[in-house]
Design a protein. Sequence first.
Length: 504
Amino acid sequence: MAHRPVPARLPVPAGLGRLLVLTTVFICAACGLVYELELVALASYLLGDSVTQASVVLSVMVFAMGVGSLLAKRLRGRAALGFAAVEAVLALTGGLSAMALYACFAWYGQARPALVGFSLAIGVLIGAEVPLLMTLIQRIRRQDAGCAVADLFAADYVGALVGGLAFPFLLLPVLGQLTGALLTGAVNAVAGGALVLWLFRGDLSRRARWTLLTANGLVLVVLAVCSVLTGPFERAARHAVYGADVRVAVHSEVQEVVLTGGGASGRPLSLFLDGRLRVGGDELRYHEALVHPAMSGPHRRVLVLGGGDGLAVREVLRHGDVASVTVVELDPAVVRLARTDPELAALNHGAYRDPRVRAVAADAFDWLREARGGAGGPYDVVISDLPDPGLTPSTKLYSQEFYGLVARALAPGGRMAVHGGDPGVRPHSFWTVDATVRSVGMRTAPYRVQALPAPRSERQGWGFVLASRSPVRLEPHGAGPYVQPLPGQAGLLPSTLMHPRYAG
């Protein structure tokens, strides 16, 4: 015989009690999705490759939710108390997950075990919610099980929608990852505790009520204290990652921008974007090798894609007959820093003060698609100074479609130089870039530059692809002393996102 829940003694009419339970389902679902997205976002920032991190978090959490649903069967006899306990633990675990993950990365250099552990724990707790809430809603008013499940999941899915939209458009830009997670935990604790301590207080003994009240109070105190300490915590973690000489740390709408070293520190100026080194002590090797081979031909009109730090522009402007330089940079905060920070402006030789230089804040792919050879083009030289092709968000910037757009923006006889990653560490990625450039009708000359040894870095060097519609080769006088030509590799397929509508 099926178990029939004992009707609950409620302080309000059954209809209102049922509405309050569904409202709690809505709030808890929103909080649960925020925890999930927060783990994905922070893991992508710390570990890179957002597809892998999202796959790890989602798969582990879905599995854990199934485990949690099974474990919750043992709590159905005391569903109200069990639900309140689950929500208190979930609020604490989810609220602290971002700080804990960041701390593991900053002080131990390992975030993946913490990522899997929190995904598992949060998934188990979220999975335990639904069976307990199902029992509670059935205790308020007996109804067909199918209708009860439909109501429960409707509130759950709508809550997930709100949480999914609130995370990128409200919590992340307004509060940041750490404070946003802590606030979500507080909302979660209040919603779960209030439902049980008020609506289902008749199910609790005096001791249980005081225990739950104390537990939820402690959870809120811990979350509040951590919220107050997020500033000092972020500074300490940043010093652990970047060293003690952090000069500038800015959270832009696109990424975290950090400048270290320079000045009296004795260390070379370093620029980190989302934790990844973009400018270091050997930046001169990189930028000389990226820019000058492409400048060996006509170069009156130059387009720089990325390169908001102004260092590629610095090398372009060494050629006095350049008439105009257009820089298309996604993050205006990087350009602003390159203009105003004394150390970085000195390093780029005040590139943005030159009247020939124009900066555009835009996504390079979208800008090229909309420009269609306009906006100062066609260009004699295109310099692609973009994030490493191994990072998932930059995939479209190394696609067949993207290089087709670049080819359209090139003047007859124009040249393009592409940063293609490290051929020593990720050879398949580099040679895929070369194959993709060739797939849009360009001739290529691949080459590499050896990097200086750096602690805690696996980088061996940088790989570049020089390309043109006509046969192209490296000019010894323009390539620089560190450049090493690479023999071409055939047999790799180009990287494409869509049909090659922009190719050729």
